[in-house]
Design a protein around this ligand. Structure first.
Ligand code: NAP
Length: 243
């Protein structure tokens, strides 16, 4: 297959929907996960049943050695990546900045930011005849998430800046780097953030009056990744119902 994509955090939520969507469009997909082996394997089996090509690889993408091992596994099983979706991310329980420990802040930053840098680095090395990267940021980068997750919002601000800088750095290598900024999307991430029903609580504040689905984010990621977006780089698409 000539399109080989790594989806970090592909076992659940937006990453799982994206993995499925891309597999249906002739990408060989590496579904990365950190601990949820069962969900990752179930998704890979489903893609294969539908005639697609996929593997699941465990790796903590905030760890350099794991990222190197992850890319080597893909090299050996599928070939060198041509596309990357940087998606793995975490949200920790709601807290004001005045309460945050260095340990918490560093956990959020290494998982949500260092991982994206490391995966971009390894992908770019392999994209010798061009490629495409989509970074999953968040509307939080624009809104700041006061009294809830300023650490998370700041990590996404860093991803916006990574997108701008890296897109310019690698444009002459025919590597495109774009970004999506989802708003409130129905996934279990909100439970990790301390409020499982957060999307429903917030939906009246969203101009479109509802939360988004992982599939709606997947479709936009797939567009930016694809040849249909061949003259688009350094661009952001907000998928946030108008907020
Ligand atoms: P989710 O349902 O909580 O899934 C998170 C995924 O990331 C899982 O596959 C998880 O693997 C993986 N993961 C977490 N830490 C990892 C690590 N260190 N290494 C490798 N994989 C790791 O999240 P989601 O809601 O789909 O969010 C996906 C992305 O969209 C994140 O970057 C998030 O910030 C962004 N986003 C989400 C929303 C929203 O409303 N949901 C809004 C804006 C932006 P396991 O299954 O093994 O745990």
């Amino acid at each position: 297959m000539d399109q080989i994509v790594l989806v970090t955090g592909g076992s659940r939520g937006i990453g799982a929907a994206t993995s499925k969507y891309l597999a249906q469009r002739n990408y060989a997909v590496c579904v990365n996960y950190i601990s949820n082996k069962a969900d990752a394997n179930r998704l890979v089996a489903q893609i294969k049943d539908d005639g697609g090509v996929a593997i699941a690889v465990q790796a903590d993408v905030s760890m350099e050695d794991d990222v190197i091992r992850l890319f080597k596994s893909i090299d050996e099983s599928l070939g060198q990546v041509t596309h990357l979706v940087n998606n793995a991310g975490i949200l920790l329980p709601q807290m004001r900045v005045s309460e945050m420990t260095a340990e918490r802040i560093n956990t959020v930053l290494t998982t949500n930011v260092t991982s994206y840098f490391l995966c971009c680095r390894e992908a770019i090395k392999r994209m010798k005849s061009g490629g495409s990267i989509v970074n999953v940021s968040s509307a939080a980068s624009r809104l700041g998430s006061p009294s809830e997750y300023v650490d998370y919002a700041s990590s996404k601000g860093a991803i916006d800046t990574l997108t701008i800088g890296l897109s310019l750095e690698v444009a002459s290598q025919n590597i495109r780097v774009n970004c999506v900024r989802p708003g409130f999307i129905y996934t279990t991430m909100h439970a990790d953030g301390g409020e499982p029903n957060r999307v429903d609580r917030m939906k009246t504040l969203i101009p479109l009056q509802r939360g988004g689905s992982p599939e709606e984010v997947a479709a936009t990621i797939a567009f930016l990744l694809s040849k249909d977006a061949s003259f688009i780089t350094g661009t952001f698409i907000d998928i946030a119902g108008g907020k």
